[in-house]
Design a protein around this ligand. Structure first.
Ligand code: AMP
Ligand code: MN
Ligand code: MN
Length: 345
């Protein structure tokens, strides 16, 4: 990937230029313009990492009136509590209501912005950085590259076009983002460009081993017991998805409470579930509130799960997607199962 050449991966030169101008047209400094950065609800490593890494880049350009936020409770999952740039994070109610520029990160649709969606119409400019094929194009400048493994790839492309060099702090944020969304460099979008970016990030002096241990391999004892229980109730339906098979499980708020755990410990629950050989499709249903469920969908290639998710008001990628479901876990899974046949690839 040569950042400054051609229309790299789905983002045109005109879009890159518009985004560069949106930033370059602003005045840095304590009396300068205000920039509000926003990532999606229930933020993951890519949402937080791409947003905070980019925010640090803006700080290097001299911007000081910077705030970063996400909708909903102001609670950072434990693994992300040491991310560089976290001092820029504010609760959603403290977001600039009069920002001169709003930038969104890893946000596929306005529905992922919660109440912060109200900040968009009054903003003089909205630049959206994303990599979801299902992105709705809600920004005024849309830097959306469905071929990018993570939003941090897009954020790196914009920072380099703004003349900001990677440093150790920015690199740590982007590495967290990149390794999260590639499943530690395992998924199909792990292209040469991904490894080239990872190489540039590691060259700044970050410690991939320590970062990976913190993000992926450190959980409380109670989380292990909880996951054991939730995996123990998984069910296999070999006839679903035209005989390709579906495996699923669910976790309730009561499960979390019983084991004294926070929701983030279930962020990677889908990984052991999707490893089941007898099923193409993996489904994890996690309770958000009474009767409201975060549904994670994964396919090994037989089903376009982003179409399944979109059918239920969600979104995502072809082989990894999600939506908010209602009713009982059984209701949600039956509805998903019914949808799979029509979304076979
Ligand atoms: P997850 O299963 O939460 O890891 O999410 C997998 C993919 O689906 C990610 O790219 C998410 O951005 C996307 N996704 C998950 N939930 C939703 C939702 N409610 N609406 C839109 N996209 C979603
Ligand atoms: Mn995300
Ligand atoms: Mn992402």
């Amino acid at each position: 990937m040569t950042p400054a050449s051609g229309s790299a991966g789905g983002v045109t030169d005109a879009q890159w230029s518009a985004a560069v101008e949106a930033v370059r047209g602003l005045t840095p400094g304590d009396d300068g313009d205000k920039i509000q950065l926003i990532c999606h609800v229930n933020p993951d490593g890519d949402a937080l990492g791409s947003m905070l890494g980019f925010a640090l880049g803006l700080r290097r350009l001299g911007f000081t009136r910077l705030r970063a936020t996400f909708p909903g409770p102001f609670e950072l999952p434990e693994p992300y509590q040491t991310l560089p740039g976290r001092d820029l994070l504010v609760p959603d109610e403290q977001a600039f209501s009069d920002a001169d520029l709003v930038m969104t990160f890893d946000v596929a649709a306005e529905s992922r912005l919660g109440a912060l969606v109200e900040l968009l119409p009054p903003a003089p400019c909205v630049v959206a950085l994303d990599h979801h094929a299902s992105n709705t194009g809600f920004g005024r400048v849309n830097l959306v590259d469905p071929g990018a493994a993570a939003t941090s790839v897009v954020a790196d492309g914009l920072l380099s076009r703004l003349g900001v060099a990677l440093d150790r702090e920015i690199a740590e944020c982007f590495y967290v983002a990149l390794s999260t969304d590639t499943g530690s460099f395992k998924f199909d979008l792990t292209t040469p460009a991904v490894h080239e970016l990872a190489a540039r990030l590691i060259e700044t002096g970050i410690s991939p081993g320590a970062i990976s241990r913190r993000i992926f391999d450190t959980r409380p004892f109670g989380a292990m017991k909880l996951v054991g229980e939730v995996l123990g109730r998984a069910a296999l339906d070999p006839t679903a998805a035209g005989g390709r098979g579906m495996v699923w499980t669910y976790a309730t708020l009561a499960d979390l409470e019983r084991h004294g755990q926070r929701p983030y410990v279930l962020d990677t629950l889908i990984d052991p579930v999707r490893s089941v050989a007898e099923a193409d499709v993996a489904v994890v249903v996690k309770e958000l509130a009474a009767g409201e469920w975060a549904v994670s969908l994964r396919s090994k290639g037989a089903v376009d799960v982003s179409r399944v998710a979109v059918a239920f008001g969600g979104g995502g990628h072809r082989l990894a997607a999600g939506f908010t479901g209602y009713g009982t876990p059984g209701d949600v899974v039956v509805a998903v199962r019914d949808q799979l046949e029509s979304c076979l690839i």
